[in-house]
Design a binder for this molecule. Structure first.
Ligand SMILES: Nc1nc2c(c(=O)[nH]1)N[C@H]1C(S)=C(S)[C@@H](COP(=O)(O)O)O[C@H]1N2
Ligand SMILES: [Mo]
Length: 214
């Protein structure tokens, strides 16, 4: 599933070379554009080159691991959770940023309230229908503006951008925002995902340019 493409090979090489690093540190709130980023108006597509088509009727989201209530949500069950809207910026490690994306979906906080992470749960791994994985601390997953989105700017999220459902964690680089979300796993000890195993930073804060691991 997770085959190498020309782009994934280039991105891995950029991680090895430390490409795009400016050495600047910005503080969130003072600047809207993180260091080393440029603004785009379109919305680039980046992934491993496989874009799975999942009909909402066939889609399921499994929430498992260190939670009080393991659940498998189908489309109706997902839409039955509180629906919220968040307008956020996106920052991709390949240096583009896009402002004012209006998302609609389920706040990660509402999902957490429904499943009840156990006290030992400290990290979250997202698993996607294309075989992609990414990891993040539970606190980052639980950010107030993090949303499991199925709509963008008033329309259904398209397949190429991760529809029917993707994660959006606005305060981290976009590789943490898993497209084609399939499973959410809660674990005690951190475990690297696809890009984190290939030289990307474990956390990915755009404001301190956590692009790559050292
Ligand atoms: N399932 C999945 N999610 C993914 C990826 C992927 O390859 N597969 N790529 C990540 C990367 S590296 C980026 S930059 C963003 C791109 O999202 P976009 O194509 O909607 O711009 O998706 C992230 N989420
Ligand atoms: Mo990316």
């Amino acid at each position: 599933m997770t085959e190498e493409t020309k782009l994934t090979r280039s991105k891995q090489r950029w991680a090895e070379e430390g490409r795009f690093l400016t050495g600047k540190v910005a503080r969130q709130g003072e600047d809207r554009l993180p260091p080393g980023q440029h603004l785009v108006k379109d919305w680039p597509v980046l992934d491993l080159g496989v874009q799975p088509e999942i009909a909402p009727e066939a889609w399921q989201l499994r929430v498992f691991g260190l939670v009080a209530e393991q659940v498998t949500l189908d489309w109706a069950g997902f839409l039955a959770l509180p629906q919220r809207q968040e307008t956020t910026d996106m920052h991709c490690v390949t240096t583009w940023s896009r402002y004012d994306n209006a998302w609609e979906g389920v706040a990660t906080r509402d999902l957490l309230a429904a499943v009840g992470p156990k006290p030992e749960a400290a990290f979250v791994v997202l698993h996607s229908y294309d075989g992609y994985t990414t990891n993040l601390p539970l606190d980052d997953f639980a950010a107030a503006d993090a949303i499991i989105a199925h709509r963008w700017n008033g329309a259904k999220l398209t397949t190429q951008h991760g529809g029917p459902v993707r994660l959006i964690v606005p305060h981290l680089y976009l590789w943490k925002s898993a497209k084609w979300l399939q499973r959410i796993e809660f674990i005690a000890a951190d475990r690297a995902g696809y890009w984190e195993e290939r030289g990307y930073h474990d956390r990915g804060d755009p404001w301190t340019e956590q692009r790559y691991s050292d």
